[in-house]
Design a protein around this ligand. Structure first.
Ligand code: GDG
Length: 503
């Protein structure tokens, strides 16, 4: 089967929870594909097209109709690679996606153990669903193909593939953080899950800190494991085989974002925002609705700023965009109510009749053009997650600030901090007064310092864009000599024993 649909060489098979298209049914019963234009798709597209490849994932539907299969085939033909749908029932979605993935792994891996619901039924469905994805790979992969599995929904796929006898090389990338041993040890299925990850040939993390956490858990739980090496990719030696373990900070298509931000439409929209908010420093927060993003604490920090620095009243406007996400989960609904109450409270407290309203709040998804205009217009990017795998909004904000005349305030607990720490003002998102003081400092920063900091960050994102990320992951999987992998620039050189926070 190797080479089918491609150039005859070994193919890349990408496996992720969802396909990069959302399939929706029209009133007349026809399925329509909407491309989800995320950075991952853009980055993988050239490789999928050149090597020939396939993307396996859930279609977004709970049925397997012939009409849906046709829509998959035609969307794939248009995209230049094949799409293979995995069908999930409503119950599977409930226990595998909402349950195990989002009520256990998501909060635990973001250090929020109190939000976990360790229901044993979730684990069983998680394994069954991972087996379904593995079946879809088995039906399509040839022995020479490289299978690249993405994210926390699918950590058990390699176990299921090996059980079925697949010999292909298997890679895995975790988009979210990997927790410290203290937290990981709470997971009732910790050993099985860790061994499942070690069935891959290459495991990729966002940062050296995530990788260090994983290595420590492996050392605690798997007696025979020996970790060797320095630099970006380490080797875990097990009895019968080696597993590579790397840190690969994900990134964005720098050139595309920069080009978009410089377009006349975006330039006009950004100028319009400044016209609407004359003489104001614009502070911007953009997040998916999620309790990991730290939105309520950020609002409290902004309130604290207005309280303690009254001279900034009427001189700053805080635009907070919250993008709807996982709305059917009660925890997320409660979070939305909390955010909206806080916004109402702060605006009620400080707004001037007929004049200044401190927080401009939007609960919706922005078009790409609007998103770029907001980035371009903002004087201060305020990105304060409690914990985040990387946080691409931070990188996109810097990239779109083409005048390099603005400031990024970034949580130390975002993966992006390990790359951007030499340019961003780093904050502890739990420190309400500290964040308020940092916003104050950003409003008063000298233009020369603003430029120097922004330039440093933009250069680093330009050098390590999303194409660099794909390339370094795939090279780490196939290269013989790992000495070709020095630590990426801007990140601390370390081996596992001497890791320190970079700031
Ligand atoms: C997970 C990890 C990791 C946001 N608002 C709008 C919009 N966006 C786009 C942004 C950005 C993406 O969504 C959000 O990416 P983040 O990285 O910030 O966060 P997560 O969604 O939590 O992603 C994260 C990431 O995976 C990749 O590995 O960095 O840590 O949690 O690209 O541009 N796009 C549009 N309108 C919006 O209103 N069009």
């Amino acid at each position: 089967m190797s080479g089918e649909g491609g150039s005859g060489r070994d193919r890349l098979i990408v496996v992720s929870n969802r396909l990069p298209f959302a399939f929706r049914q029209d009133a007349d019963g026809r399925w329509r594909a909407e491309a989800g234009g995320g950075g991952l798709v853009t980055a993988l597209l050239p490789v999928l097209r050149n090597r020939g490849g396939m993307w396996i994932g859930w279609t977004g539907a709970t049925e397997e109709a012939d009409a849906l299969r046709e829509a998959l085939a035609s969307a794939g033909a248009g995209a230049g690679y094949r799409l293979e749908g995995v069908a999930l029932s409503a119950e599977e979605m409930d226990k595998f996606y909402l349950g195990f993935s989002n009520e256990i792994i998501w909060p635990l891996f973001h250090d929020l153990q109190s939000l976990c619901n360790f229901d044993p039924a979730y684990w069983r469905t998680y394994c069954d669903v991972n087996a379904k994805y593995a079946e879809a790979v088995m039906a399509n992969a040839g022995q020479g193909d490289f299978v690249w599995v993405h994210d926390y929904h699918l950590m058990n796929v390699a176990t299921e593939l090996r059980r079925r006898g697949l010999k292909s090389r298997l890679g895995f990338f975790l988009h979210i953080p990997f927790p410290s041993p203290d937290l990981f040890m709470k997971l009732p299925w910790r050993l099985t899950l860790l061994q499942a990850l070690l069935e891959f040939d290459l495991i990729g993390f966002q940062t050296a800190l995530d990788r260090r956490n994983f290595v420590q858990c492996a050392r605690m739980l798997v007696k025979e494991v020996q970790i060797e090496g320095r630099g970006q990719v380490l080797v875990a030696r097990l009895r019968s085989r080696d597993v590579r373990i790397g840190a690969f900070p994900i990134s964005i298509d720098f050139a595309a974002f920069q080009r978009g931000a410089a377009s006349p439409e975006v330039t006009d929209k950004a100028a319009e925002l400044h016209r609407l908010l004359p003489e104001r420093k614009i502070i911007l927060g953009i997040d998916r609705l999620d309790y990991t993003k730290g939105i309520p604490l950020r609002l409290k920090a902004f309130e604290n700023l207005l309280e303690r620095y009254p001279d900034l009243r009427e001189r700053v406007s805080f635009i907070q965009v919250v993008v709807p996400s996982r709305e059917d989960i009660p925890e997320y609904h409660r979070l939305r109510v909390e955010i909206e109450q806080l916004v109402g409270h702060i605006n009620g407290r400080f707004a001037r009749p007929g004049g200044w309203v401190p927080i401009w709040y939007e609960y919706r998804s922005l078009s790409r053009q609007e998103l770029l205009a907001y980035y371009r217009a903002a004087d201060i990017g305020l990105i304060t997650p409690l914990k985040d795998g990387m946080n691409l909004v931070a990188k996109e904000y810097c990239t779109c600030s083409i005048e390099e005349d603005c400031v990024l305030i970034l949580s130390e607990f975002a993966g992006a901090a390990s790359q951007l720490y030499r340019g961003a003002l780093l904050v502890n998102p739990y420190d309400i007064e500290g964040v308020a003081d940092t916003i104050h400092r950003a409003t008063a920063m000298h233009p020369e310092e603003r430029h120097a900091r922004m330039r440093r960050m933009r250069n680093s994102i330009r050098e390590q864009d999303v194409f660099w990320w794909v390339d370094s992951f795939l090279r780490a999987a196939i290269t013989k000599d790992l000495r070709a992998f020095p630590q990426p620039q801007g990140q601390p050189l370390e081996d596992v024993s001497e890791y320190q926070l970079p700031f």
